[in-house]
Design a binder for this molecule. Structure first.
Ligand code: ADP
Length: 491
């Protein structure tokens, strides 16, 4: 093997070693040490410096001190982008710009005692500088990408943080119903499979109709506001879902409404109390002032009016008393064996005048002649009175034939009483609320009828105390059916 070939092989081996060394470099910082190690392997180094250009000045990366002379040499070779050797008395400076094309990344400067350098040494140094320049550039790009990734991750965390600090549950669905993003609240809320299905259902219809949706939804004693917003991003279709728990606000609204209804109740009550009271006062005053002139017939008429009005007053006061008992949960019942049929007949009789004055036809359908129940007679009478009075009160003036059908039947354990009217009826949204105190179905027609909204609340409480139940079915404009179920035996 010729010495030229031998030398070429040795050089190739050296370069491949350098490539191996450089391939281990994984950051800009370790690249300086790798370069230093490679050069130290070829020449003895007395001093070494790594310069970077900062505007017009040269800074040593590791803050080593350097002479003005060296600074000048660096400045000169920076523009040259090639390796330069400057002989000195005691040795030489070798200045190696690490560049990619004409872009110098940094300058490696060494001082060695050597003064003569072989072509092979220069070639290997040039190759090292070239490889290092490329490597440095790649590492720079790599670190930039890493920085960008960190920035993207930071931005993502920032957005996550913001969306997790809202009280709302937020998610973004794509057209295939796949969630692209959700915050923690949404994750928690949709842990409930059933609720998740409900949300998905609304998203499906929002996608199908390509329409935004905003509505309120009640689920398991809680009220939510739903907003489904359609988004088109880079030609792709998404639905942003925002769910807010508004139970607190609803509760507040409800309390305010109750407060308002309570005030209305008190003012109606005081008005209602004043009417019979004034009439009792007026009749009794007339009686006192003209006692001598009044004959027996007139006296009877006056006293009957006073009696009727005082009964009305008593009923109103009882109602007030019941209301306060309802508030303090102190309503009680006193059971005796009572015939339900007899009780019903007495109620219808008591209401006869108002039934007739409104030309309402009342029919009673019975399966048995007598049904004995263990109930509080006065209280159940009050319940029946209230229900039939309501059926009369909320009759529909526009109907030619006004009817109230009463049906009483029994099962093995229960007595079922249905009171059906063809009156004004109740809109569906009010149905589950009419048993709440002060609640009056908000319709212009029913509002014309005097009432306090307390009757059905007392009715419900009394029925509950008997271990029974009360339900209503109604269609606005068609009529209502109240079904009262009482246990035959005491529970
Ligand atoms: P009030 O009759 O004093 O308003 P209630 O508690 O007895 O109070 O009834 C509550 C509400 O239920 C009424 O205001 C009315 O809107 C509705 N309601 C009750 N019974 C009937 C009925 N038979 N037909 C239509 N609406 C009814």
């Amino acid at each position: 093997m010729s010495s030229k070939v031998k030398s070429d092989i040795l050089m190739l081996a050296k370069i491949s070693n350098i490539i191996m060394e450089l391939s281990k470099v994984d950051s800009l910082n370790t690249s300086y040490k790798a370069l230093s190690d490679i050069v130290k392997d070829m020449v003895e180094i007395e001093e070494e410096y790594f310069f970077i250009k900062n505007s017009e000045n040269y800074e040593e990366i590791f803050e080593r001190n350097f002479s003005d002379e060296l600074s000048e040499l660096v400045r000169w070779s920076y523009s040259k982008t090639d390796i330069s050797i400057f002989p000195e008395d005691e040795g030489s400076y070798i200045i190696i710009p690490i560049a990619q094309a004409t872009n110098v990344n940094f300058v490696y400067a060494i001082f060695t005692k050597e003064q003569n350098f072989s072509n092979r040494f220069m070639m290997i140094l040039r190759t090292t500088s070239f490889l290092m320049g490329n490597l440095f550039e790649t590492l720079k790009l790599y670190e930039e990408i890493l920085d960008k990734n960190i920035l993207i991750e930071k931005n993502k965390n920032f957005l996550d943080n913001i969306l997790n600090s809202t009280f709302d549950s937020v998610a973004v669905y794509n057209e295939n119903l796949i969630i692209q993003f959700m915050n923690n609240n949404f994750r928690n809320v949709t842990n409930n499979e059933k609720f998740r299905k409900i949300i998905d259902g609304y998203v499906i219809s929002s996608i199908a109709e390509k329409q935004n949706k905003s509505f309120e939804y009640e689920y398991e004693d809680k009220s939510y506001s739903f907003d489904l917003i359609n988004i088109i991003f880079e030609k792709e279709y998404y639905v942003l879902v925002n769910i807010r728990d508004i139970s607190g606000t609803k509760e507040l609204e409800k309390m305010k409404k109750i407060e308002k209804m309570k005030n209305e109740f008190l003012s109606t009550m005081s008005h209602e109390l004043r009417t019979p009271l004034s009439s009792i006062k007026a009749y009794s005053e007339t009686l006192i002032s003209s006692l001598e002139m009044i004959d027996k017939e007139m006296l009877e008429e006056f006293l009957t009016t006073i009696h009727n009005e005082s009964e009305h007053l008593e009923a109103l006061l009882n109602n007030l008393l019941d209301y306060s008992k309802l508030e303090t949960h102190t309503l009680t019942i006193d059971r005796t064996k009572t015939d339900m049929i007899e009780l019903m007949n007495s109620v219808i009789k008591a209401l006869n005048d108002s039934i007739e004055s409104k030309s309402i036809e009342v029919s009673v359908e019975l399966e048995e002649d007598s049904i004995i129940l263990d109930i509080d007679k006065t209280r159940i009478k009050q319940v029946l009175l209230n229900l039939i009075q309501n059926a009369v009160k909320y009759h529909d003036e526009s109907k030619d034939k006004k009817v109230i059908k009463i049906l009483i039947r029994t099962t093995l354990k229960e007595c079922i009483i249905k009171i059906e009217d063809n009156g004004l009826g109740i809109a569906e949204e009010h149905l589950d609320k009419i048993f709440e105190k002060f609640y009056r179905a908000d319709s212009s027609l029913t509002y014309n009828v005097q009432g306090t909204g307390i009757g059905l609340a007392i009715v419900k409480e009394l029925v509950d105390l008997h271990g029974g139940s009360i339900n209503v079915e109604s269609v606005l404009g068609e009529g209502s059916t109240f079904t009262l179920t009482l246990p035959k035996e005491m529970v």
